[in-house]
Design a protein around this ligand. Structure first.
Ligand SMILES: C[S@@+](CC[C@H](N)C(=O)[O-])C[C@H]1O[C@@H](n2cnc3c(N)ncnc32)[C@H](O)[C@@H]1O
Length: 213
């Protein structure tokens, strides 16, 4: 899977995808993440990508011609284009699964007051990572890239399954509680059923948490 992230601040991503699971996936060639400095497609020689809104509102908007030029250069036949936006569709694990089937995700990170409305017509979908406003789309782009990447075949090791975890089945609740050693800590004991060695009883106990009541 190839990710192309269009941003004014590529340096914000430094290190985020270079370590741990995504770092290894990149080394193995399972994931490629490219950052594109939006100013490359600036509308003037000073590197401006934004402009004042018509109607006299406050703040600056990213211009449609800038994003159009960027997409024309980056887009391939199989690209799926995402605009990060606080008013977009709320991102869920189901969206991560759906996007993991794509070949190339282009993610556009906004800044300032947001985007010229006409940019919506250039993208496949607008995604919000939650009902709050961030300073820019970089953190949402990290969230989308991370959650999609870990679902790609071969990215998680055999001990890091994504099959039995929170939100893996929309019909079920979040993951059941899990414990490791020590068996007792500060008076808090691991539930006896988990120490029983009886797989049937353990499964029944776990099911109580994962079934929606
Ligand atoms: C300061 S915000 C713009 C907020 C916009 N004026 C509004 O009221 O919705 C700048 C950029 O950050 C990104 N952003 C902010 N909050 C976000 C969220 N919850 N989910 C996704 N992107 C977000 C978007 O790319 C947005 O264009």
């Amino acid at each position: 899977m190839k990710f192309d992230i269009i941003t004014l601040f590529p340096e914000m991503f430094a290190g985020v995808f270079d370590v741990s699971i995504i770092g290894r996936a990149k080394e193995k060639g399972l994931v490629e993440i490219n950052f594109h400095q939006m100013r490359k497609w600036a509308w003037n020689s000073y590197g401006a990508v934004d402009d004042r809104p018509y109607g006299g509102d406050v703040g600056m908007l990213i211009r449609v011609d800038v994003i159009d030029k960027a997409l024309k250069e980056i887009k391939g036949e199989k690209s799926h284009i995402i605009l990060t936006s606080a008013r977009g569709k709320r991102f869920t694990q189901e969206d991560a699964k759906r996007l993991a089937k794509e070949k190339n995700l282009i993610i556009i990170c906004g800044h300032y007051e947001g985007f010229d409305e006409r940019i919506s017509s250039l993208v496949d979908e607008e995604i919000s990572i939650g009902d709050y406003v961030l300073t820019g789309g970089e953190i949402p782009a990290m969230v989308i890239t991370d959650s999609v990447s870990r679902l790609l075949p071969g990215v998680l090791g055999k001990d890091e399954s994504s099959q039995v975890e929170s939100f893996s089945d929309p019909e079920k609740n979040i993951e059941f509680p899990q414990y490791t050693r020590p068996a007792e800590y500060n008076g808090q004991k691991v539930p006896e059923v988990l120490m029983s060695g009886d797989p049937k009883k353990i499964k029944e106990w776990q099911k109580k948490f994962t079934e929606k009541g």
